[in-house]
Design a protein. Structure first.
Ligand code: AMP
Ligand code: ZN
Length: 138
């Protein structure tokens, strides 16, 4: 299903033009309009899923397989030194467009960004760690 108010539905469906670098029945891959680095691309499913929670497992799997192929292609074509793959779910995680998308960010030595995604490191007690371990163990 598409969402008529969603910009990424319009882009993935071809209604709004984009710099497309790959397309198949399930996905369109476009250049980000406000890139972190040269070559920053976004994998967009053509169906509307707001985030990873809404997306079927099969589609999530296909997105990751496509990311793997594009990582190789982009690294060869751009001669970049590395590549970040990231995907934000929910406002608290930095998501601003609520149609699932995966970021492919080529990285270059001294490209002006931090070497890795930044977060503060928490110092947790053994009890806190144990509580989280219990909650998360499947
Ligand atoms: P996120 O913060 O993970 O939701 O990322 C949204 C990304 O979409 C940002 O990197 C934006 O620069 C990018 N973006 C927003 N609108 C467009 C657009 N019309 N075409 C291409 N990229 C876009
Ligand atoms: Zn959408």
């Amino acid at each position: 299903m598409r969402d008529s108010n969603c910009i990424f539905c319009k882009i993935s469906g071809g209604e709004i033009p984009s710099k497309t670098i790959y397309e198949d029945e399930e996905f369109r891959v476009i250049l980000d309009i406000s890139p972190a680095t040269k070559g920053h691309a976004l994998i967009l499913p053509k169906e509307h899923y707001a985030n990873i929670y809404e997306m079927p497992e099969e589609t999530a799997g296909h997105a990751m397989i496509l990311a793997k192929k594009l990582a190789k292609h982009m690294t060869e074509a751009l001669q970049c030194d590395g590549l970040n793959i990231m995907q934000n779910n929910g406002e608290a995680a930095g998501q601003t467009v609520f149609h699932y998308h995966m970021h492919l960010i080529p990285r270059y030595e001294q490209d002006g960004n931090a070497d890795k995604l930044c977060w503060n490191h928490l110092e947790l007690s053994q009890e806190e760690l144990e509580e989280i371990h219990q909650k998360l163990s499947l």
